[in-house]
Design a protein around this ligand. Structure first.
Ligand code: BV8
Length: 248
């Protein structure tokens, strides 16, 4: 822990790279632990695809609304708050997240880079540029509760279906976000990789770029991951405990 804290104290440029694990202690289960109860028999990797939405838009929209409702009920945890504290302590800090929740923003992070989009940016299937793509673009998700299927809204501009504003498997990541992430990783002194299994590409390249560029890469995860060999320092523990200790 001390070597990680020391590296952070000396760092001028920091990247905080997060995955679903940083939101686990806010009660938002990670992507693969996600499907409990109602959704237990579904595979997220199958549901998070354009094919699934094409085949059964009501089911996929219902899943995202259920997730959106759950995120709205959650609160940022000490891991999210410690991330925002690092940004305040080291101004040249870039937060890059694979998560689609808004907990970094609600913890005070200035503008995290969302590599996989957001639950809070639904968009028109036909024309991503259509703003506020559906009539009541308010934030209140309709929690399907015991139900599963919710018909997605239609775009006010062209009548096409509205889809979740996330990056599905098989879809390209937003170019600008990925470029910003790789650039920040290549230039940083320290990269903290927090709560990610590092198996989803091309996002999983980010900590690897930092390691190849000679940065000190610190992993915070209670479990071993494929990133273990890439990280010079492995802190085995939950983000909400380890991260605050790093910045105290
Ligand atoms: C693409 C949004 C091409 C949706 C998500 C090589 C190169 C390029 C692509 C590929 C490649 N190999 C394979 C691919 C294809 C694929 C891929 O990576 N597949 C994997 C499964 C092998 N990649 C893609 O399809 C990507 N697109 O490549 O397109 C292309 C190019 C040009 C033109 C057209 C097409 C798109 C990938 C994005 C998919 N969308 N999310 C949604 O959320 O519904 S990814 C999804 O999985 C989440 O965003 C999440 O971040 C990610 C990983 O899921 P989890 O495992 O749950 O989360 P995480 O990995 O973060 O693991 C949780 C960790 O937390 C665990 O390690 C656990 O131990 C830890 N933890 C638990 N509690 C705590 C904790 N840690 C700390 N504290 C705790 N308390």
């Amino acid at each position: 822990m001390e070597s990680a804290a020391a590296a952070l104290r000396e760092a001028r440029r920091v990247v905080v790279f997060t995955g679903a694990g940083i939101s686990a202690e806010s009660g938002v289960p990670t992507f693969r632990d996600d499907l409990t109860g109602l959704w237990a028999r579904f595979d997220p990797a199958q549901l998070a695809t354009p094919e699934a939405f094409h085949e059964d838009p009501d089911l996929v929209w219902g899943w995202y609304e259920w997730r959106r409702a759950r995120v709205r009920r959650a609160e940022p945890n000490a891991g999210h708050r410690a991330t925002a504290a690092i940004e305040r302590l080291i101004p040249d800090t870039v937060v890059i997240t694979q998560n689609v929740d808004d907990l970094h923003e609600r913890a005070g992070s200035r503008g995290p880079v969302h590599l996989h989009g957001s639950l809070f940016a639904p968009r028109c299937v036909a024309e991503p540029a259509h703003p506020a793509a559906f009539p009541d673009a308010d934030d209140e998700p309709t929690d399907p509760g015991e139900g599963r299927r919710i018909p997605p809204p239609t775009c006010v501009h062209c009548g096409a279906l509205v889809r979740p504003g996330v990056v599905w498997f098989g879809e390209a990541l937003p170019e600008a976000a990925l470029a910003t992430a790789v650039e920040a990783a290549a230039a940083c002194d320290v990269l903290l990789t927090i709560g990610t299994s590092g198996v989803v590409y091309p996002a999983a390249e980010v900590p690897r770029v930092a390691a190849r560029s000679g940065a000190t890469v610190v992993q915070v995860n209670p479990q071993p991951t494929p990133l273990d060999d890439v990280c010079g320092i492995n802190l085995r523990g939950p983000a909400a405990e380890v991260l605050p200790a790093l910045v105290s």
